[in-house]
Design a protein around this ligand. Sequence first.
Ligand code: NAD
Ligand code: TYD
Length: 350
Amino acid sequence: MKNILITGGAGFIGCHVVKLFVEKYPNYHIINLDLLTYAGNLENLSAIEHSENYTFIKGDICDRGLIKEIFKKYAIEAVIHLAAESHVDRSITNPFEFANTNIMGTLTLLNQAKESWKNNFEDKLFYHISTDEVFGSLGDEGFFLEDTPYDPKSPYSASKASSDHFVRAYQNTYGLPAIITNCSNNYGPNQFPEKLIPLFINNIKNNKPLPVYGEGLNIRDWLFVEDHARAIDVVFHKGTIGDTYNIGGFNEWKNIDLIKVICKVMDTKLGREEGTSEKLITYVTDRAGHDMRYAIDSTKLKDNLGWEPSLQFEEGIEKTISWYLDNEAWLHNIVTGDYKDYYKKQYAAD
Ligand code: NAD
Ligand code: TYD
């Protein structure tokens, strides 16, 4: 058995990575460490929670004592680090929380990995999951490449950039075997409905206004979450130590155009007259420091490791909308806050 620590596995992307690894690799023991902040939801993992090769631990990546204990108790050989505060709007109101979790939490994990593995780095890996937002904002032309200089512009991206720098510093200074991937915006099942796509699906369903920031002209590059999980699988197994890879699907959308697609699909699925959902669009004050355009060039990942997205956007968005409509209870439990009780019920905890 190979013991792999995955952090943030109860969150949006983390739950897809945990499910993929637990199901695909019965010879891996997956230890999922998650603090279950507002963004962590164990219902996301109900399909695999009783698997023999899976252990859940509720805890904080900043808790040095706990991290030391986990590395020792489970003889951790690899880390896939996803735990983070991830919402830009929240980072604008509470930057300290982002610095603490994203920087100090990453540093805590890096340092323990270094301490635990320092006598033998062979076959060890610290795999850090990062974002394209560290590169800043693009104009009309060009793409983010792996060697694009970092230029973070929000407290969220600044904290992620800092954590990436610490990973490289540990690699360079102590020889810690590490890999970083920087991915574009993810969409798909299980995303907390504060982010654009699930928020708008939920609002349309409930006939609530759709708050479009500014003029809706900002551009994001969207990737289906299961394709990101597949990329993480590929990089974990085939990536070169010390390297970084960009992950994206060459799928840029202006916010307002994307929103109109969501409105159209929702009208069809809800049996509403075409144009009904678009009437909910409400332009609101722009996000402070709103990055204009993100676009990832993932050619290196394709050429070196053979990864490509499997889903076209039209299929992905259709699948995503169906998932939120079919999983009413999941959405309802989040909106009401009932998802917080899942841990108590399933794990008989306080
Ligand atoms: P998320 O907010 O949905 O989930 C984050 C998870 O981390 C939650 O389960 C939360 O409980 C947990 N967590 C938070 N603080 C913790 C702490 N101190 N200790 C332990 N667990 C803690 O985030 P996500 O969208 O799934 O993103 C996962 C990772 O991928 C993040 O590192 C993010 O920066 C990165 N990323 C996200 C996107 C995206 O579009 N969502 C794109 C590129 C990269
Ligand atoms: P978001 O899902 O928060 O991801 P990120 O800011 O990390 O890219 O937002 C995606 C885009 O949608 C971004 O340009 C901000 C915009 N947006 C809105 O217009 N209205 C909203 O209510 C939200 C949450 C986002």
